[in-house]
Design a protein around this ligand. Structure first.
Ligand SMILES: Nc1nc2c(c(=O)[nH]1)N[C@H]1C(S)=C(S)[C@@H](COP(=O)(O)OP(=O)(O)OC[C@H]3O[C@@H](n4cnc5c(=O)[nH]c(N)nc54)[C@H](O)[C@@H]3O)O[C@H]1N2
Ligand SMILES: Nc1nc2c(c(=O)[nH]1)N[C@H]1C(S)=C(S)[C@@H](COP(=O)(O)OP(=O)(O)OC[C@H]3O[C@@H](n4cnc5c(=O)[nH]c(N)nc54)[C@H](O)[C@@H]3O)O[C@H]1N2
Ligand code: SF4
Ligand SMILES: [Mo]
Length: 897
């Protein structure tokens, strides 16, 4: 297909579950630009820093452009035949449960639908699971326990209509920035709106919180069970709703009443005063939305956390009403779509249940399938254990990087290496997972592929291609369908277009439904190619019957569920879940700290896309751990030291960030760094394969760990034009900058030939133009290499963390170094010191650093808008406004002292 380059294409952001609309344009010279779609109801034109930088991530560097078999280039026919025949043969010899697919919430709905259909309907196993198991499984399980269906009742508008927003285990400012901005804007209009943040750390989201409860890790079940008891004691129940629409309230309240306020205080680490402030605010505010994310889901008690929250909403009848409801925000762009097609091992399709014989029969008839899976398949953690012990003999991984993102990642890597046949569909040639594949299949990337995604508020939007397919890359749905055909299922997988797949998915959702199932988009069952091409964003349900009263349980006009009950349980009543909080101690004398893991503002997961963007890579340029000053002092750790974090499963080396925003006794480290970006930064080598027994979701936020200072003899910082092939240092982390790369370094030894090291780092040929300064006694070395007038690379070595301005050094790669004076400046004692250091980049859109903002604040710019007026910082995507406010506040405190 040739793409019309002159037109602006309406598509959707491929990052988070907010699901923002994007307008992408390709200029005559091939330059791509993106802007927020003003008409998309998720973002109304806004984009965060990641969305704004999308154009920087779509180059073909590192792209997998041809199928490969055992490292050699192959044609599609050969590769697809091999995948199909090996899967068929394995199934013939060892049965359908000896094969598995591990897929992703970043697949589009059509890709996901076809993969699920092939595994569950035609291979006849349910061994298809997804990285959503690490992400949304506890929410799915909690919804199903309470509602009888996996339904998100509310819409984004509720965030703006609420009088109280409770954010639980969600760093919205960094992970769902456009929702955060919508809340911030609503609060500006209605200053009476209150926001409570429940997170062990004081994250940037605390910036808009009236109350931050720095809860003890996994204290949430106790907190919300205590809230239920409080609501009961303080006459804050909606007895009408409870009796008409729910069951099990008595038992739930009885279980909750076992815990008094002092007990809750002990379990949560919060004071009774903090608890009553939160409880009384919740009790008094009808329009309350509780938004939750991975601090809730990624826990061994994740499902109970979800139900403890939902219990409080059911008890107050605050569900499905404008401005009120529990709201699980999804992580990936198509986490919801994956759930809709049944892409998890314990679901069927279109929100039907694998354990239900009627549902199995219905799906089998609809698909005209030979062998619908009879029982749930292996969930992600179990799947990789089955891979390790040889039960799974052929695995196909699509659009996810489990060697970095699964708990106990070294064991996962070993299992993948040991498996006789691993297929990986990805867009890159070299990720920590792709490198172990026997067959590599080049998938089409964002911008090149078409399909649909569903965001957190059940809104289905089109992704549209605006770039031609590079090399032999093909969309994921096509690859799976071709394998399906070659396995002998030609009739079921002979799709000629995406519209056909979407129409089939829509038809199945409405098939024999009659209001019995929440997910129904039957209205789109007859969609044709033109309708699909023009499809505007819509929210489900969208049943084919327009008479909404026949669709029990929802009101399509307001698109919220459950305000008047009609849950998807047999008696149409919601279930309260009686929950008894348990306190789990994972720490021990050897591993005395609790490691919490998560995300940073400008990186996405394993950095395969954001790592390509210079703008995004400068906000936080290396892996780090947040540690409380008291813990740092206790372990002899100073800010900027390199530290080793160890758990019983492995260890990593990261930079220490000493901060009182962290809870004492806890550490926080981001999940993003991989072997491609750091020497030893793969965080999931530390996490345990410990899961919630109901949802199977791993407890990635609560890992026993220990920390120690890594005794570095020398530290280094370097910039260079080319990414080094190998780096001989104990610690290194690379980050893209505008004209090359920057590298942070630390060495266990200082007995190093620095000139030779610099040469290997810069890839400079012998005899290159080198300028060097060495003060061996002081341990200071500076080496710069030039290629004609350009700087090939510069290395700065010191006995402590290197103090050179990072921004200045990176800029030197772009400047002309014709004169000796310019050259000497690089190796001079105070490299860049005459130019004020901008500090860590806060505003990625305009490249404004923390030091610049602090200087402007000290000079009298004491509001975000004033900073914006002076520096432009914060005036484009707005993702950095929370950080700007924090810097202004620090400045205010310092001025007062
Ligand atoms: N910038 C960026 N945005 C993203 C992503 C990304 O990679 N980068 N990924 C997307 C995806 S897939 C997801 S799933 C979402 C995740 O979005 P979030 O869930 O908001 O992000 P996390 O940083 O994983 O975790 C959220 C918070 O949970 C807190 N927490 C840890 N333990 C507990 C606890 O016991 N109780 C409570 N109440 N809180 C706790 C952590 O301190 C952390 O601040 O983000 C999406 N958006
Ligand atoms: N410690 C810790 N671990 C975590 C988490 C945590 O909070 N802490 N969070 C967990 C969560 S919530 C999530 S969602 C996971 C995310 O973890 P992953 O899913 O492993 O992370 P990604 O980097 O998004 O991997 C996506 C892969 O798909 C490729 N890709 C991109 N587009 C396409 C495409 O169109 N087709 C195909 N076939 N491939 C494509 C990319 O190159 C990349 O290799 O991590 C989990 N792991
Ligand atoms: S909030 Fe940012 S990352 Fe999420 S969809 Fe919108 S632009 Fe993309
Ligand atoms: Mo996620």
């Amino acid at each position: 297909m040739e793409i019309d380059a002159a037109r602006e294409v309406r598509t959707t952001c491929p990052y988070c579950g907010v699901g923002c609309g994007v307008l992408a344009k390709v200029a005559a010279d091939g330059q791509v630009s993106v802007r927020g779609d003003p008409d998309h109801p998720a973002n109304f034109g806004r984009l965060c820093s990641k969305g704004s930088a999308l154009a920087e991530t779509i180059d073909l560097d590192g792209r997998l452009l041809h199928p490969e078999i055992s490292g050699r280039r192959a044609g599609w026919n050969e590769a697809l035949d091999l995948v199909a025949s090996t899967f068929s043969q394995t199934i013939a010899e060892h049965g359908p449960d000896s094969v598995a697919f591990y897929v992703s919430g970043q697949l589009l709905t059509e890709d996901y639908y076809v993969a699920n259909k092939l595994m569950k309907g035609f291979i006849g196993s349910a061994n298809i699971d997804t990285n959503s198991r690490l992400c949304m499984a506890s929410s799915v399980a909690g919804h199903r326990r309470a509602f009888g269906s996996d339904t998100v009742p509310g819409t984004y508008e509720d965030f703006e209509l609420a009088d109280l927003i409770v954010l639980v285990g969600s760093n919205l400012a960094w992970c769902h920035p456009v929702l955060y901005q919508r809340i911030a804007a609503a609060r500006e209009k209605r200053p009476g709106m209150k926001i409570v943040l429940i997170d062990p750390r004081r994250t940037m989201t605390a910036d808009i919180a009236d109350l931050h409860l720095a809860i003890a890790p996994d204290g949430d079940v106790a907190l919300f069970t205590g809230l239920l008891a409080y609501l009961g004691q303080h006459n804050a129940l909606d007895c009408g709703y409870i009796s008409a629409h729910t069951a099990g309230f008595g038992q739930a309240l009885f279980a909750a009443s076992k815990l008094d306020l002092a007990g809750v205080a002990a379990a949560t680490g919060l004071s009774e005063d903090e608890l009553t402030r939160f409880y009384s605010l919740f009790a008094a505010t009808a329009k309350t939305v509780t938004v939750y994310s991975q601090g809730v889901n990624q826990s061994s008690q994740g499902t109970d956390k979800v139900n403890a929250i939902i219990n409080c909403h059911l008890a107050t009848g605050r569900i499905g009403k404008p401005g009120a409801g529990p709201f699980s925000v999804t992580g990936q762009p198509n986490a919801m779509g994956g759930r809709e097609v049944g892409g998890m091992a314990n679901m069927l399709a279109a929100h039907m249940e694998i354990e239900n014989p009627e549902h199995r029969d219905r799906v089998q008839r609809f698909w005209n399938a030979p062998a619908v899976a009879q029982k749930p398949g292996l969930k992600a953690v179990e799947m990789f254990q089955a891979l390790a012990d040889g039960r799974i003999k052929a695995l196909w991984i699509m659009a996810t990087n489990p060697v970095d993102s699964m708990p106990d990642a070294d064991a996962v890597e070993a299992a993948i290496k040991a498996c006789p046949f691993v297929v990986v569909s990805d867009v890159l040639t070299n990720t920590d997972t792709v490198r172990h594949a026997h067959v590599r299949l080049p998938a089409a990337a964002w911008g090149e592929k078409d399909g649909t995604v569903t965001n957190s508020e059940r809104r289905i939007s089109r992704q549209r291609a605006f770039l031609n397919l590079p090399g032999d890359a093909r969309p994921d749905w096509w690859i799976v369908a071709e394998v399906g055909k070659r396995m002998g299922f030609g009739e079921a997988f002979s799709y000629s277009s995406l519209a056909e797949i979407f129409a089939e998915h829509a038809e199945l959702s409405g098939f024999e439904n009659d209001g019995a199932r929440d997910f129904d988009i039957g209205a789109y069952a007859g969609i044709d190619a033109a309708g699909y091409r023009e499809l505007a964003p819509f929210q489900w349900p969208a049943p084919s019957r327009q008479e909404s009263d026949t669709l029990a349980g929802c009101n399509p006009s307001s698109i919220r569920f459950f305000a008047d009950g009609n849950f998807y349980t047999p008696d149409r009543k919601a279930r309260f879940i009686a929950i008894r909080p348990t306190v789990e101690t994972r720490t021990s004398p050897d591993y005395p700290l609790i490691l919490n893991t998560g995300r940073v503002r400008d990186h996405w997961h394993t950095m395969t896309r954001t790592g390509k963007s210079p703008r995004l890579s400068q906000h936080i340029a290396e892996p780090f751990v947040e540690i409380h000053p008291a813990d740092a002092g206790h372990h002899g750790i100073s800010d900027a030291d390199i530290v080793r974090i160890s758990s019983p499963r492995g260890d990593v080396l990261v930079r220490a960030l000493v901060t009182a925003r962290q809870r004492q006794g806890s550490l926080f480290a981001p999940m993003h760094w991989t072997d491609q970006f750091a020497a030893r930064g793969r965080l999931d080598v530390l996490t345990a394969p410990l899961t919630d027994t109901i949802s199977g979701q791993p407890a990635l936020k609560h890992v026993a760990a220990r920390i120690e200072k890594f005794s570095a003899k020398a530290f280094g910082f370097a910039v260079m034009q080319q990414l080094p092939v190998a780096i001989a240092a104990s610690y290194w982390a690379v980050a893209k900058c505008r004209s090359g790369w920057r590298v942070e370094l630390a060495f266990a030894d200082d007995d190093i030939d620095w000139a030779a090291f610099a040469g290997s780092l810069f890839g400079t040929p012998p005899g290159a133009d080198i300028l060097a300064y060495h003060d061996r006694d002081a341990g200071q070395h500076r080496i710069a290499a030039f290629d004609a007038d350009r700087l090939s690379g510069a290395l700065f070595v010191a006995p402590g963390p290197v103090a050179v301005s990072r921004g200045w050094a990176a800029e030197q790669l772009e400047e002309n170094h014709h004169g000796q004076r310019e050259r000497f400046r690089i190796v001079a004692g105070r490299a860049g010191a005459e130019r004020p250091d901008a500090g860590a980049i806060v505003c990625t859109c305009y490249g404004i650093g923390a030091n610049q903002i602090a200087t402007a604040a000290a000079a009298g710019c004491t509001t975000i808008d004033a900073i914006g007026g002076a520096l432009k910082a914060g005036t484009n995507c707005g993702s950095c406004r929370a950080e700007i406010r924090a810097i202004i506040q620090v400045n205010r405190v310092q001025a007062a002292e």
